[in-house]
Design a binder for this molecule. Sequence first.
Ligand code: SF4
Length: 244
Amino acid sequence: MTLPLHKARAPFYELFFSFQGEALYTGLPQIFVRFSGCNLKCNYCDTIYSTIISKKAKYLTVDEVINKIDLLYKENKKKFVFGKPSVVFTGGEPLMYADFLEVLLPKLKRKGFSIYLETNGTLPKKLKQVIEFCDTISMDFKLPSESNKTFWKEHKTFLKIAQNKASCQAFTKCVITKNTTISEIKKSANIIKDISKEIPFILQPSIDKNKPEIQNLYKFYTEVQKITNNAHLMVQMHKIFKVR
Ligand code: SF4
């Protein structure tokens, strides 16, 4: 596939090596590719520099991104004890650049990298374009109390597409703040239940001024566990250590 000229480059905020700071892969070394730009504006966003297309964004071609990933792999090879790592596509929202990913991802797969997509789960049509190349999908539920909109229909369609690919591991998470309501949590858990009760749902308490009451966390966890089989309560390590 050849990209039309206007899609041949995408805006990136940064590419770097780090250890995963949240959810099921916490503590594993990975290569991170952060796009600049997002289709949402969540109140708690911790990557505010990447929600708009930052002036610092660099417009890179597919081959330039591959070269940078190869270099990060070489520089950190000793840390990847299990062989080639997964490359985490994050943002911002990576699926805003699905046309670009459609060209990049198969090339990375051929080089032996696996593909880990971090997404806000609101662009199911874009996911369809790249699902065949994804090995792991980490989908956020964007709750109305913090995203100021509802995305229930989009989340459900998105999760169905992710779960239908047998060789892809899909899991879900959401940030819990003092504004999160029990009805939002139940609604999210019921979406999961309708697709598969085994899909993990990770509740991530905010640790800043919006942190939730501890009793609410227990209540939310218990409710999710009643509806699905796979609730987790986990903090985001990178926020505690203030690392990217
Ligand atoms: S979807 Fe993610 S990157 Fe976009 S505004 Fe929300 S938290 Fe920030």
